[in-house]
Design a protein around this ligand. Structure first.
Ligand SMILES: [Zn+2]
Length: 337
Protein backbone atom coordinates (compact mmCIF):
# COMPACT_ATOMS: atom_id res chain seq x y z
CA UNK A 1 0.00 0.00 0.00
CA UNK A 2 -0.85 2.29 -0.01
CA UNK A 3 -1.54 5.68 -1.06
CA UNK A 4 -4.93 7.02 -1.82
CA UNK A 5 -6.03 6.15 -5.28
CA UNK A 6 -5.43 8.98 -7.72
CA UNK A 7 -8.29 11.45 -7.63
CA UNK A 8 -9.24 11.20 -11.30
CA UNK A 9 -9.48 7.45 -11.12
CA UNK A 10 -11.78 7.71 -8.16
CA UNK A 11 -14.08 10.12 -9.88
CA UNK A 12 -14.49 7.60 -12.70
CA UNK A 13 -14.82 4.57 -10.48
CA UNK A 14 -17.22 6.04 -8.00
CA UNK A 15 -19.07 8.55 -10.13
CA UNK A 16 -22.30 6.67 -9.59
CA UNK A 17 -22.10 6.41 -5.84
CA UNK A 18 -22.65 9.10 -3.31
CA UNK A 19 -19.28 8.43 -1.61
CA UNK A 20 -17.96 11.20 0.56
CA UNK A 21 -15.72 10.66 3.54
CA UNK A 22 -16.14 10.54 7.29
CA UNK A 23 -19.88 10.20 7.36
CA UNK A 24 -21.68 7.87 9.72
CA UNK A 25 -22.76 4.58 8.21
CA UNK A 26 -25.98 2.75 8.96
CA UNK A 27 -25.29 -0.02 11.48
CA UNK A 28 -26.10 -3.56 10.40
CA UNK A 29 -28.74 -5.61 12.19
CA UNK A 30 -27.64 -8.90 13.76
CA UNK A 31 -29.53 -11.83 15.22
CA UNK A 32 -26.56 -13.59 16.87
CA UNK A 33 -25.25 -12.38 20.23
CA UNK A 34 -21.60 -12.38 19.23
CA UNK A 35 -20.39 -11.59 22.72
CA UNK A 36 -21.58 -15.10 23.69
CA UNK A 37 -20.03 -16.97 20.76
CA UNK A 38 -17.40 -19.50 21.88
CA UNK A 39 -14.01 -19.08 20.21
CA UNK A 40 -10.62 -20.71 20.78
CA UNK A 41 -8.25 -18.74 23.01
CA UNK A 42 -6.12 -16.27 21.06
CA UNK A 43 -2.74 -15.97 22.76
CA UNK A 44 -1.51 -12.40 22.25
CA UNK A 45 2.01 -13.28 23.43
CA UNK A 46 2.21 -15.98 20.81
CA UNK A 47 0.99 -13.63 18.07
CA UNK A 48 3.50 -11.01 19.18
CA UNK A 49 6.30 -13.57 19.03
CA UNK A 50 5.33 -14.39 15.44
CA UNK A 51 5.61 -10.68 14.63
CA UNK A 52 9.00 -10.49 16.36
CA UNK A 53 10.23 -13.61 14.53
CA UNK A 54 9.53 -11.98 11.18
CA UNK A 55 11.18 -8.68 12.11
CA UNK A 56 14.25 -10.61 13.33
CA UNK A 57 14.92 -11.80 9.78
CA UNK A 58 15.71 -8.19 8.85
CA UNK A 59 14.26 -6.36 5.87
CA UNK A 60 11.96 -8.76 4.00
CA UNK A 61 12.47 -7.17 0.60
CA UNK A 62 12.58 -8.93 -2.79
CA UNK A 63 15.65 -10.88 -3.89
CA UNK A 64 17.30 -10.91 -0.47
CA UNK A 65 18.39 -13.70 1.84
CA UNK A 66 15.98 -12.32 4.46
CA UNK A 67 13.08 -12.78 2.04
CA UNK A 68 14.14 -16.36 1.40
CA UNK A 69 14.61 -17.21 5.06
CA UNK A 70 11.37 -15.58 6.18
CA UNK A 71 9.42 -17.36 3.43
CA UNK A 72 10.86 -20.68 4.63
CA UNK A 73 9.91 -19.79 8.21
CA UNK A 74 6.34 -18.88 7.28
CA UNK A 75 5.84 -22.04 5.22
CA UNK A 76 7.36 -24.22 7.95
CA UNK A 77 5.29 -22.68 10.74
CA UNK A 78 2.03 -22.78 8.81
CA UNK A 79 2.82 -26.40 7.96
CA UNK A 80 2.62 -27.21 11.69
CA UNK A 81 -1.05 -26.23 11.80
CA UNK A 82 -2.42 -26.36 8.27
CA UNK A 83 -3.38 -29.28 6.04
CA UNK A 84 -1.62 -27.89 2.99
CA UNK A 85 0.97 -25.19 2.35
CA UNK A 86 1.80 -23.90 -1.12
CA UNK A 87 4.62 -21.48 -1.87
CA UNK A 88 3.73 -19.65 -5.05
CA UNK A 89 6.87 -18.27 -6.68
CA UNK A 90 6.18 -15.43 -9.14
CA UNK A 91 7.96 -12.75 -11.16
CA UNK A 92 7.16 -9.11 -10.47
CA UNK A 93 8.23 -6.01 -12.36
CA UNK A 94 8.68 -3.08 -10.02
CA UNK A 95 7.93 0.61 -10.66
CA UNK A 96 11.49 1.21 -11.94
CA UNK A 97 11.38 -1.69 -14.42
CA UNK A 98 13.47 -4.14 -12.42
CA UNK A 99 12.19 -7.71 -12.22
CA UNK A 100 12.22 -9.55 -8.89
CA UNK A 101 10.91 -12.83 -7.53
CA UNK A 102 8.09 -12.96 -5.01
CA UNK A 103 6.72 -15.78 -2.87
CA UNK A 104 3.05 -15.93 -1.91
CA UNK A 105 2.49 -18.36 0.96
CA UNK A 106 -0.91 -20.10 0.87
CA UNK A 107 -1.90 -22.38 3.75
CA UNK A 108 -5.24 -24.09 4.23
CA UNK A 109 -7.15 -25.64 7.12
CA UNK A 110 -10.02 -27.82 5.97
CA UNK A 111 -13.27 -28.17 7.85
CA UNK A 112 -13.81 -31.50 9.64
CA UNK A 113 -15.18 -33.96 7.06
CA UNK A 114 -18.29 -34.55 9.16
CA UNK A 115 -19.12 -30.85 9.20
CA UNK A 116 -17.86 -29.71 5.84
CA UNK A 117 -20.10 -27.32 3.96
CA UNK A 118 -17.70 -26.95 1.05
CA UNK A 119 -17.43 -23.26 1.88
CA UNK A 120 -14.14 -21.43 2.29
CA UNK A 121 -13.00 -18.14 3.82
CA UNK A 122 -9.92 -16.21 2.77
CA UNK A 123 -7.76 -14.45 5.37
CA UNK A 124 -4.78 -12.47 4.08
CA UNK A 125 -1.98 -10.05 4.87
CA UNK A 126 1.24 -9.01 3.18
CA UNK A 127 4.53 -10.26 4.57
CA UNK A 128 7.12 -8.17 2.72
CA UNK A 129 8.53 -4.98 4.21
CA UNK A 130 9.06 -1.75 2.32
CA UNK A 131 12.43 -1.01 0.78
CA UNK A 132 12.16 2.74 1.31
CA UNK A 133 11.17 4.86 4.31
CA UNK A 134 9.89 7.45 1.87
CA UNK A 135 7.37 8.91 4.34
CA UNK A 136 9.96 9.47 7.09
CA UNK A 137 10.08 13.02 8.48
CA UNK A 138 13.86 12.94 7.98
CA UNK A 139 14.70 13.13 4.28
CA UNK A 140 17.99 11.32 4.90
CA UNK A 141 15.96 8.19 5.64
CA UNK A 142 13.91 8.22 2.46
CA UNK A 143 16.01 5.54 0.74
CA UNK A 144 16.49 3.32 3.78
CA UNK A 145 14.42 0.16 4.30
CA UNK A 146 11.83 -0.17 7.07
CA UNK A 147 11.39 -2.97 9.60
CA UNK A 148 7.68 -3.26 8.79
CA UNK A 149 6.68 -4.47 12.25
CA UNK A 150 3.21 -3.05 11.85
CA UNK A 151 3.19 -2.63 8.09
CA UNK A 152 3.42 -6.27 7.19
CA UNK A 153 4.46 -8.42 10.13
CA UNK A 154 1.50 -7.56 12.41
CA UNK A 155 -1.17 -8.92 10.06
CA UNK A 156 0.81 -12.08 9.37
CA UNK A 157 1.49 -12.60 13.09
CA UNK A 158 -2.23 -12.37 13.87
CA UNK A 159 -3.06 -14.85 11.12
CA UNK A 160 -0.36 -17.30 12.25
CA UNK A 161 -1.80 -17.37 15.76
CA UNK A 162 -5.27 -17.76 14.29
CA UNK A 163 -4.05 -20.73 12.24
CA UNK A 164 -2.53 -22.29 15.35
CA UNK A 165 -5.75 -22.12 17.36
CA UNK A 166 -8.21 -22.75 14.52
CA UNK A 167 -6.42 -25.98 13.58
CA UNK A 168 -7.22 -27.41 17.02
CA UNK A 169 -10.86 -26.25 17.12
CA UNK A 170 -12.07 -26.18 13.57
CA UNK A 171 -15.18 -24.40 12.33
CA UNK A 172 -17.52 -25.85 9.68
CA UNK A 173 -15.76 -23.87 6.99
CA UNK A 174 -12.34 -24.19 5.38
CA UNK A 175 -9.91 -21.34 5.99
CA UNK A 176 -7.31 -20.29 3.44
CA UNK A 177 -4.51 -18.09 4.75
CA UNK A 178 -2.68 -16.16 2.05
CA UNK A 179 0.46 -14.16 2.82
CA UNK A 180 1.10 -11.89 -0.15
CA UNK A 181 4.63 -10.89 -1.10
CA UNK A 182 5.82 -7.72 -2.94
CA UNK A 183 2.86 -5.69 -1.72
CA UNK A 184 4.81 -2.76 -0.39
CA UNK A 185 7.40 -2.02 -3.10
CA UNK A 186 5.24 0.50 -4.96
CA UNK A 187 6.41 3.71 -6.54
CA UNK A 188 8.21 5.81 -3.90
CA UNK A 189 7.19 9.35 -3.05
CA UNK A 190 10.59 10.59 -4.27
CA UNK A 191 10.10 9.12 -7.77
CA UNK A 192 9.50 11.59 -10.59
CA UNK A 193 6.39 9.89 -11.94
CA UNK A 194 3.69 7.82 -10.32
CA UNK A 195 3.52 4.32 -11.79
CA UNK A 196 0.08 2.67 -11.82
CA UNK A 197 -0.35 -0.81 -10.34
CA UNK A 198 3.16 -0.79 -8.87
CA UNK A 199 1.84 -1.93 -5.46
CA UNK A 200 0.35 -5.28 -4.45
CA UNK A 201 2.23 -7.45 -6.94
CA UNK A 202 1.61 -10.66 -5.00
CA UNK A 203 -2.16 -10.20 -4.86
CA UNK A 204 -2.27 -9.17 -8.51
CA UNK A 205 -0.44 -12.35 -9.46
CA UNK A 206 -2.47 -14.61 -7.17
CA UNK A 207 -5.77 -13.09 -8.34
CA UNK A 208 -4.84 -13.97 -11.92
CA UNK A 209 -3.16 -17.28 -11.05
CA UNK A 210 -4.98 -18.69 -8.02
CA UNK A 211 -3.28 -21.62 -6.27
CA UNK A 212 -6.34 -23.75 -7.14
CA UNK A 213 -8.14 -23.38 -10.49
CA UNK A 214 -11.41 -21.43 -10.16
CA UNK A 215 -10.68 -20.77 -6.50
CA UNK A 216 -13.33 -18.79 -4.69
CA UNK A 217 -14.36 -17.98 -1.12
CA UNK A 218 -17.50 -16.76 0.61
CA UNK A 219 -15.57 -13.65 1.58
CA UNK A 220 -12.09 -12.41 2.33
CA UNK A 221 -10.56 -10.33 5.10
CA UNK A 222 -7.29 -8.47 4.63
CA UNK A 223 -5.29 -7.32 7.64
CA UNK A 224 -2.77 -4.49 7.38
CA UNK A 225 -1.13 -2.55 10.21
CA UNK A 226 -3.19 -4.24 12.92
CA UNK A 227 -0.87 -3.78 15.89
CA UNK A 228 -0.71 -0.05 16.48
CA UNK A 229 -0.90 1.47 19.94
CA UNK A 230 -4.05 3.45 19.12
CA UNK A 231 -6.06 1.22 16.79
CA UNK A 232 -8.76 2.75 14.63
CA UNK A 233 -10.37 0.90 11.75
CA UNK A 234 -12.94 2.58 9.55
CA UNK A 235 -15.29 1.55 6.76
CA UNK A 236 -12.96 2.10 3.82
CA UNK A 237 -14.55 2.72 0.46
CA UNK A 238 -13.26 -0.19 -1.67
CA UNK A 239 -14.37 -2.61 1.04
CA UNK A 240 -17.81 -0.99 1.14
CA UNK A 241 -18.08 -0.96 -2.61
CA UNK A 242 -17.39 -4.68 -3.04
CA UNK A 243 -18.11 -6.28 0.32
CA UNK A 244 -20.47 -4.04 2.27
CA UNK A 245 -22.29 -6.97 3.86
CA UNK A 246 -19.08 -8.47 5.22
CA UNK A 247 -17.88 -5.13 6.51
CA UNK A 248 -21.16 -4.21 8.18
CA UNK A 249 -21.35 -7.60 9.82
CA UNK A 250 -17.82 -7.53 11.19
CA UNK A 251 -18.24 -3.99 12.48
CA UNK A 252 -21.49 -5.05 14.17
CA UNK A 253 -19.65 -7.95 15.82
CA UNK A 254 -16.99 -5.51 17.05
CA UNK A 255 -19.70 -3.26 18.47
CA UNK A 256 -21.30 -6.23 20.25
CA UNK A 257 -17.91 -6.89 21.86
CA UNK A 258 -17.60 -3.26 22.96
CA UNK A 259 -14.97 -2.35 20.36
CA UNK A 260 -16.95 0.30 18.49
CA UNK A 261 -14.31 2.90 19.35
CA UNK A 262 -11.77 0.80 17.44
CA UNK A 263 -13.97 -0.49 14.64
CA UNK A 264 -15.45 2.94 14.08
CA UNK A 265 -18.73 3.25 12.23
CA UNK A 266 -17.34 5.89 9.90
CA UNK A 267 -17.06 5.77 6.12
CA UNK A 268 -13.67 6.82 4.77
CA UNK A 269 -11.95 7.24 1.42
CA UNK A 270 -10.61 4.33 -0.64
CA UNK A 271 -7.10 3.01 -0.28
CA UNK A 272 -5.07 0.85 -2.58
CA UNK A 273 -4.28 -2.43 -0.86
CA UNK A 274 -4.34 -6.12 -1.75
CA UNK A 275 -8.12 -6.26 -1.33
CA UNK A 276 -8.52 -3.96 -4.32
CA UNK A 277 -7.06 -6.58 -6.68
CA UNK A 278 -8.73 -9.54 -4.99
CA UNK A 279 -12.09 -7.80 -5.40
CA UNK A 280 -11.49 -6.60 -8.95
CA UNK A 281 -9.47 -9.47 -10.44
CA UNK A 282 -10.50 -12.54 -8.43
CA UNK A 283 -14.07 -11.44 -7.82
CA UNK A 284 -13.98 -12.41 -4.15
CA UNK A 285 -15.67 -9.87 -1.84
CA UNK A 286 -12.88 -8.80 0.50
CA UNK A 287 -12.68 -6.13 3.18
CA UNK A 288 -9.58 -4.40 4.48
CA UNK A 289 -9.07 -4.01 8.21
CA UNK A 290 -6.37 -1.38 8.15
CA UNK A 291 -5.17 1.25 10.59
CA UNK A 292 -6.56 4.69 9.83
CA UNK A 293 -5.30 7.24 12.33
CA UNK A 294 -7.37 10.38 12.05
CA UNK A 295 -5.70 13.15 10.06
CA UNK A 296 -2.55 11.29 8.93
CA UNK A 297 -1.61 8.51 6.55
CA UNK A 298 -2.41 5.21 8.26
CA UNK A 299 -0.36 5.59 11.47
CA UNK A 300 2.37 7.75 12.93
CA UNK A 301 5.25 5.53 11.88
CA UNK A 302 3.91 4.48 8.47
CA UNK A 303 6.77 4.09 5.95
CA UNK A 304 9.30 5.47 8.41
CA UNK A 305 12.35 3.89 10.03
CA UNK A 306 10.34 3.79 13.28
CA UNK A 307 7.88 1.12 12.16
CA UNK A 308 9.49 -1.26 14.60
CA UNK A 309 8.55 -3.79 17.25
CA UNK A 310 8.30 -1.34 20.13
CA UNK A 311 5.22 0.16 18.47
CA UNK A 312 3.38 -3.15 18.22
CA UNK A 313 0.70 -3.54 20.90
CA UNK A 314 -0.26 -7.10 21.86
CA UNK A 315 -3.71 -6.00 22.91
CA UNK A 316 -4.43 -4.61 19.46
CA UNK A 317 -3.38 -7.88 17.85
CA UNK A 318 -5.77 -9.75 20.16
CA UNK A 319 -8.78 -7.45 19.75
CA UNK A 320 -8.44 -7.48 15.96
CA UNK A 321 -8.27 -11.26 15.89
CA UNK A 322 -11.15 -11.78 18.31
CA UNK A 323 -13.54 -9.76 16.18
CA UNK A 324 -12.73 -11.96 13.17
CA UNK A 325 -12.89 -15.17 15.24
CA UNK A 326 -16.26 -14.24 16.74
CA UNK A 327 -17.57 -13.58 13.25
CA UNK A 328 -16.30 -16.90 11.87
CA UNK A 329 -17.38 -19.05 14.82
CA UNK A 330 -20.69 -17.18 15.12
CA UNK A 331 -21.49 -18.37 11.63
CA UNK A 332 -19.81 -21.78 11.55
CA UNK A 333 -19.36 -22.93 15.17
CA UNK A 334 -16.62 -24.98 16.79
CA UNK A 335 -16.75 -28.55 15.47
CA UNK A 336 -15.16 -31.54 17.11
CA UNK A 337 -12.21 -32.80 15.12
ZN1 LIG B 1 3.27 -0.11 3.54
Amino acid sequence: MKRLLPALFLVLLFAACNGGSNKKATPAASTVDYSQVAIPHFNADSAYQFVADQVAFGFRTPNTAAQSRCADYLARQMGRWCDTVIVQDFPATLWDGTTVRGKNIIASIEAPASASTGKRLLLAAHWDSRLWADHDPDQDNHRKPIAGANDGASGVGVLMEMARIISAQRPAVAIDFVFFDVEDQGCPEWADNYVEDSWCKGSQYWSQHPHVPYYTAVYGVLLDMVGTEQPRYTKEQISRQYAAGVMNKMWAVAAALGHDKIFENTETDPILDDHYYVNRMAGIPMIDIVQNTRGISFFQHWHTVNDNLEHVDKNTLRITAEVILKTIYGDYGIQSN
